[in-house]
Write a protein that binds this ligand. Structure first.
Ligand code: ATP
Ligand code: MG
Length: 746
């Protein structure tokens, strides 16, 4: 009957069988932490220590919760009902519904989505007469969310925290926003935890009830809990009547959510908070082959301040392929290479669902999606949308459709008020009316209303500008066409520049630039990637046709599909084959991390790389392109420093990687671009292939006007050991290395 225990090694078994009292399992990737948690769950039930509803189990994603439920059912040999198993938010939502009245809600309260949250916050800000241009609402929303992550209700915000936003009004706005939510019988995502913790803090009777109710607590991915989640766990676990039966499993080397408020220190505090805690270390990795493990361990060893864990191969087939590192010319070649590998693995009988392409940034999925579609290989984007289904891509394509085809009313209606141009219902109805009566497209209706003076004021100005942008774009396209027919080949595809200009001058790009929400930079990256995709097509029409075909590619292609997802989304998962593309400076580690300088962000990126490699059971292929296209122009890219940090004996180089290593030492870091490109002058590959620039002998003094390859002109504000804080004219305040700037000619 105890066969499930026999499938564990002695340390794992100890972790499963040490049922009473606090327990921390601290162990590297693939050592069976999740397996321990699942088996422990089953063991508690099978040994009769608790009924299914008396165990509280926390996972990091809903998907992980589903898997755990299935595995527990497997171990038990029967389906289980009534489990308290889910993410922090799901569990808290359930609790909050039971006690909603304590915070002034009813049990049927609504959970707001992010759009609703923002709309509500904007209303509150208007009441306070806050200039939304100067103090954008998404910025404050972010601050409120972080306060909530830290368990700070409005009354707990100290004046010191409050001064930054809107001259110290943030706390009051936060308080009013919370009050409005209550009036609306609604909670935002952060409230699910915040209210629940508040109730547990202030209602000893409720807390005591849960203490009686939950006999055991189980927590996966403990390294990524934030303060409020930690408070919640501690409240539920600590009881007066006996030891805390809490078991947390985690890996400090996989802490990758500090940007969302995760506090890896929670691991260190565990033994202090729960005296007498048993610490179990697992050291055998059962997931990956020896070379994969060695490569990952070698990489993470470059981080300081680790808790230090041993990790050794636990599988007997510990031979295995070395980690492949491929140097490719550009992202097309990268996508081709990955596509070929997938096809050949599939021919050899491997399932597509056992393969994953893990990217650092969402925009990277585009080239792989297109390649997979071309090859007819089904895929799914896990935890996100397919590239061409993302909102900003649909918007931009609507702009292109109108450009290409003025009668495309559906597309035009999508963009007429995007960004906001003050087109209200009344104006829209009147335009519809005219379009119907006169049997003309909407764009034509707008032109007539502009001509006859019906449209006035801001609306006139804004729509006039939109129409002018479209008109100018069409003219440029027609001109290029004319020249091409005359045998005059333009220097590059004209439609790329036309689309770029349209997206900028219509205000669409600006809309996302001003947006301070955390996903805005990713959306801008996607837009850049979209413009990049245009280059491969001779005409705009050709591209749009391609897009409509890509969109047709059906989603229901059965269960066996290649997985595409971000590295963040891949935590806790495993696949036979893992592709890790785009390991280039400025992409991974990300440009933002490099711009910030310092070690903290870089170490988190390195942990992310570690998470990536350790997802692989049998093979991992890392790739980096020597050139990335930024719009129609090329820039050379440098292999990621993480590639250099992989232990050579466990890595096999494909392509001209040695050359690439050489390049890494010499080339300037120029990945990433502003939108638009800082200068429109054409840049060629040669322009970037200049020899290494020697480090400057003398330092650059504050006050000097300088030029930076990527950010343009600016004034040095501060200089510190080779790093400069520069206020750039266009790009704003940045920290850069002094070897990449030169004094501007005066
Ligand atoms: P991560 O840190 O990535 O979340 P983990 O520590 O949670 O990893 P698991 O996912 O639980 O690791 O286990 C990794 C793989 O090793 C799984 O396929 C699991 O079934 C297998 N495994 C774990 N323990 C053993 C064991 N004792 N014998 C054989 N296989 C095992
Ligand atoms: Mg796990």
């Amino acid at each position: 009957m105890d066969t499930y225990l026999e499938r564990l090694n002695p340390e794992q078994r100890l972790a499963v069988e040490t049922i009473d009292g606090p327990l921390l399992v601290l162990a590297g990737a693939g050592t069976g932490k999740t397996r321990v948690l699942t088996t422990r769950f089953a063991h508690i039930l099978l040994s009769g220590r608790a009924a299914p509803g008396q165990v509280l189990a926390v996972t990091f994603t809903n998907k992980a919760a589903r898997e755990m439920r299935e595995r527990v059912a497997d171990l038990l040999g029967r389906p289980v009902e009534g489990l308290w198993l889910g993410t922090f938010h799901a569990l808290c939502a359930r609790m909050l519904r039971r006690h909603a009245e304590y915070v002034g809600l009813t049990s049927s309260f609504t959970i707001l989505d992010t759009d609703d949250q923002l709309r509500l916050l904007k209303q509150v800000m208007e009441l306070h007469r806050i200039d939304a241009k100067r103090w954008p609402a998404p910025g404050l929303m972010g601050a409120i969310q972080r306060w909530k992550d830290r368990g700070l209700t409005p009354d707990r915000i100290t004046p010191a925290e409050d001064t930054e936003f809107a001259g110290g009004k943030a706390r009051q706005i936060y308080a009013d926003y919370q009050a409005r939510l209550i009036q609306l019988n609604a909670a935002d995502f952060g409230d699910l935890m915040l209210h629940t913790v508040e109730i547990l803090r202030t209602r000893p009777d409720v807390l005591a009830q849960y203490h009686r109710f939950f006999r055991y607590l189980l927590v996966d991915e403990y390294q990524d809990t934030n303060t409020i989640q930690y408070l919640w766990l501690r409240l539920l676990a600590k009881r007066e009547t006996g030891p805390a039966n809490i078991c947390c499993v985690g890996d400090d080397d996989q802490s990758i959510y500090s940007w969302r408020g995760a506090e890896v220190e929670n691991i260190l505090r565990f033994e202090k908070d729960f005296p007498g805690a048993v610490l179990v270390k697992l050291e055998s990795n059962y997931r990956s082959t020896a070379p994969i493990l060695a490569a990952a361990s070698g990489l993470i060893a470059h981080n300081d301040g680790r808790l230090g864990k041993t990790l050794r191969p636990g599988r007997n087939d510990s031979e295995g392929e070395r980690v492949l590192v491929a140097s490719v010319w550009d992202s097309d070649e990268e996508a081709r290479l990955v596509g070929e590998r997938i096809e050949s693995l599939q021919r050899d009988g491997n399932r597509l669902s056992e393969m994953a392409i893990l990217v650092r940034a969402g925009f990277q999925t585009r080239s792989f999606e297109e390649r997979l579609i071309t090859l007819g290989l089904p895929y799914k984007v896990v935890g996100g949308m397919r590239f061409y289904e993302r909102a900003e891509i649909r918007d931009a394509i609507a702009y292109m459709r109108v450009l290409n085809q003025p009668a495309d009313d559906l597309a035009f209606e999508r963009i007429i008020n995007l960004p906001r141009r003050g087109v209200g219902d009344v104006a829209l109805q009147s335009l519809h009316g005219l379009s119907r009566e006169a049997r003309i497209p909407m764009t034509e209706a707008v032109l007539r209303r502009l001509a006859d003076g019906t449209l006035k004021g801001r609306l006139r100005e804004q729509l006039g500008q939109l129409m002018a942008c479209l008109e100018q774009g069409r003219r440029r396209l027609a001109q290029a066409q004319f020249l091409a027919e005359g045998g005059d080949t333009p220097s590059g595809p004209v439609h790329v520049g036309v689309v770029e200009t349209l997206l900028e001058e219509s205000g669409y790009v600006e809309m996302w630039k001003k947006d301070k929400s955390p996903d805005a930079p990713g959306r801008l990256d996607n837009l850049r990637e979209l413009v990049r995709a245009l280059v491969d097509f001779e005409t705009l029409g050709g591209f749009l046709e391609h897009v409509s075909l890509v969109m047709e590619n059906d989603e229901n292609a059965g269960a066996d599909r290649v997985n595409l997802m971000t590295l963040h989304g891949a935590k806790g998962l495993e696949f036979d084959t893992v592709f890790l593309p785009g390991w280039e400076e400025g992409l991974f580690p990300s440009q933002r991390t490099l711009d910030e300088g310092g070690n903290k962000g870089l170490e988190e990126e390195r942990r992310l790389a570690y998470v990536g490699i350790t997802r692989a059971r049998k093979r991992a292929l890392i790739s980096h392109a020597a050139n990335r296209r930024i719009y129609a122009n090329w820039q050379s890219a440098i292999p990621s420093r993480f590639i250099d940090e992989l232990p050579e004996e466990h890595v096999e180089q494909m392509g001209s990687a040695s050359l690439a290593r050489e390049q890494r030492r010499s080339a300037p870091p120029v990945f990433g671009g502003q939108f638009p490109l800082t200068a429109r002058r054409p840049r060629t590959i040669e322009a970037w292939e200049q020899p290494a620039r020697p480090a400057r002998a003398g330092g650059i003094e504050p006050g000097t006007r300088v030029f930076h390859q990527k950010f343009g002109y600016g004034i040095v504000k501060n200089a510190d050991e080779g790093k400069l804080d520069v206020e750039f004219d266009k790009a704003g305040f940045k920290r850069v290395l002094d070897s990449y700037v030169e004094p501007a000619p005066s």
